[in-house]
Write a protein that binds this ligand. Structure first.
Ligand SMILES: Cc1ncc(COP(=O)(O)O)c(C=O)c1O
Length: 433
C-alpha cells in the first residue's frame, strides 16, 4: 500500500477498512482532500446527508468565523490546545501594544491608565466568578503542570505531607498530574504513589467511589485525580471522592485540565481542596493560562513558593495560610507576569459568556459528543447493526451517562493506526502523535 499513488492508496484503505457504511463515511471524509477524489467517488450516495449536516453546522453555538483557524482545517484538538477566538487574539495584541507604549507606567502605575497589575487582578476576579469561587482562593499560573508541582512542594514544605505518606491516583492520569508525585517519591519525600486500576468505561459513579474506598490506606494523605480522564473522557464524581478523602483525613487535589469550558464547573461545589485548570484548552484562552484554586481551609497546608512570600512565617506557624494577598497576579514570588496572556484569558471568559455562559457551552459540547459517539457506534456495528463494521471499540461512557464529558475515545487495531492517521491528515484533521 505504501508504494501506491495517494489516490489509489486512499481508495484501497477506504475499501479495506470495513463495511460499505464505513467506506462511504471515509469517502465523505476524504472528499475534503483534492488528492482523494477517486476515493470520494464512493461516497456520492451519501452526499445529501453530508450536505444536511454541514448546513446544520452553520447554526453552531460558536461559528467558525469567530476563530482564526486556517481555511479547511478540521480542528478537533481542543483537549491539547483550544482554538483561539479572534477576540482573544485581539485582546492579547492590544494589551501588548498598550504596554509597549509606556512599559513601566503601564505595568506598575504612575500614568493615567489603570496599571497592568490591577487589570490582571480584575481578570482574576472575572475568572473566579466564571468558575464559582472566591477570588482569594484563585491564583493565575502558567499551566496545570506548574500548579500541581507548586502545590505538591507546598504540601511537603508545610509538613502536611511526610516521607511515610502516600498519594492515591488512578492509573489513567496525565503526566502533568503525576510528575510532581514522582519527583517527591524519587527525592524520598513520599513513600508511595498508589495507582488505582479503573475499568476502561466504569459502569457508574458508585463503582468508582467503591474502588477508591477500597484503595485508601492509613498512609493516604492526598487523592490526586483528573476531573475528566484524558484516556476516556470519563468524569470522576468529585463531591463523593472529596467526602471520602475528608473522612480519611486526606485532601482531594484535582487536575481539572480537561474540565472547565468543556463542562460547567463550579469550583466551590466540587468539594476539592485544590483544583487546577488549563484555560488554554476548553476555555479557549492563550497558552500559559493556568489557574490554581486552593480552598481557604486548605491554604495552611500549601506553603508559599510561587505564591507571595514577602516575609517569612512566624516560627510557630509553619505556613503562611489565610492571607488572600498571597495569590495576587503580581507577587514577590512570581515577579513580572505576562499581562497580555492574562488579558487574553479575560477575553476568553467574555467570549464564553457571550455564547450563553458555561451551562450553554456544556449543553452544546455534550450534544456534539453524543453525535460523535452515536456515529462511531454505528460504524463499529456495521450496516444494519449486523456486524462487519470498522474494527473500532468505543472507550467512553454512552450518551445519557452522568460520567460523560466532551471527549469521546475509541480504539482501532494498531495495524490500522497509521492508515487512519493518514486519512485524517489528508482531510485536514491533524492528529497529535
Ligand atoms: C488531564 C491533563 N492534565 C494535565 C495536562 C497538562 O496541562 P498543562 O500543559 O496545562 O500543564 C493535560 C494536557 O493535556 C491533561 O490533559
Amino acid at each position: 500500500v505504501r508504494r501506491m499513488p495517494t489516490e489509489a492508496r486512499l481508495a484501497a484503505l477506504a475499501a479495506g477498512l470495513g463495511s460499505a457504511a464505513a467506506g462511504a463515511c471515509l469517502g465523505r471524509c476524504l472528499a475534503a482532500s483534492p488528492a482523494a477524489a477517486a476515493a470520494a467517488a464512493a461516497a456520492d450516495a451519501d452526499a445529501d446527508a453530508a450536505d444536511a449536516s454541514v448546513a446544520s453546522e452553520s447554526n453552531a453555538l460558536a461559528p467558525l468565523s469567530d476563530f482564526l483557524l486556517e481555511p479547511g482545517l478540521c480542528y478537533l484538538n481542543t483537549g491539547t490546545l483550544g482554538p483561539l477566538p479572534r477576540c482573544v487574539v485581539s485582546a492579547v495584541s492590544a494589551e501588548l501594544e498598550w504596554l509597549a507604549a509606556n512599559p513601566l507606567n503601564n505595568y506598575f502605575g504612575g500614568g493615567d491608565d489603570v496599571p497592568a497589575t490591577e487589570r490582571m487582578d480584575a481578570v482574576r476576579g472575572k475568572v473566579a466568578d466564571f468558575l464559582g469561587c472566591d477570588v482569594a482562593e484563585l491564583c493565575l499560573v502558567p499551566s496545570t503542570t506548574v500548579a500541581l508541582n507548586t502545590v505538591a512542594s507546598g504540601l511537603v514544605d508545610s509538613d502536611y505531607l511526610r516521607a511515610n505518606h502516600s498519594v492515591l491516583q488512578t492509573d489513567q492520569e496525565h503526566p502533568g498530574g503525576e510528575a510532581c508525585w514522582r519527583h517527591l517519591e524519587a527525592l524520598g519525600q513520599l513513600a508511595a504513589i498508589d495507582r488505582l486500576e479503573l475499568p476502561p468505561v466504569p459502569a457508574s459513579a458508585d463503582e468508582i467511589v467503591a474502588l477508591f474506598a477500597a484503595a485508601m490506606r492509613p498512609t493516604t494523605r492526598v487523592i490526586c485525580i483528573s476531573h475528566v480522564l484524558t484516556t476516556s473522557g470519563t468524569v470522576l464524581p468529585l463531591q463523593r471522592l472529596a467526602e471520602l478523602a475528608h473522612a480519611n483525613d486526606a485532601l482531594l487535589l484535582v487536575d481539572g485540565a480537561q474540565a472547565p469550558g468543556s463542562l460547567a464547573v463550579t469550583l466551590d461545589d466540587t468539594g476539592a481542596d485544590v483544583y487546577t485548570v488549563s484555560a488554554h484548552k476548553w476555555m479557549l484562552a492563550p497558552p500559559g493560562s493556568g489557574l490554581v484554586y486552593i480552598r481557604r481551609a486548605a491554604q495552611e497546608h500549601v506553603q508559599a513558593a510561587f505564591f507571595d512570600a514577602d516575609t517569612p512565617p512566624p516560627v510557630d506557624a509553619p505556613a503562611y495560610g489565610g492571607d488572600p494577598s498571597r495569590y495576587l497576579s503580581y507577587t514577590h514570588s512570581s515577579g513580572t507576569t505576562p499581562t497580555h496572556t492574562i488579558a487574553g484569558l479575560g477575553a476568553a471568559v467574555g467570549y464564553l459568556d457571550s455564547l450563553g455562559g458555561k451551562a450553554a457551552v456544556q449543553a452544546n459540547n455534550i450534544a456534539l459528543r453524543d453525535r460523535v459517539y452515536t456515529g462511531l457506534a454505528e460504524l463499529s456495528r456495521g450496516e444494519g447493526g449486523g456486524g462487519g463494521g470498522l474494527l473500532l471499540r468505543l472507550l467512553s461512557p454512552p450518551p445519557g451517562s452522568d460520567l460523560c464529558s466532551s471527549i469521546v475515545s475509541f480504539s482501532i487495531p494498531t495495524e490500522l493506526m497509521s492508515a487512519v492517521r493518514q486519512l485524517l491528515a489528508l482531510s485536514s484533521c491533524p492528529c497529535k502523535c
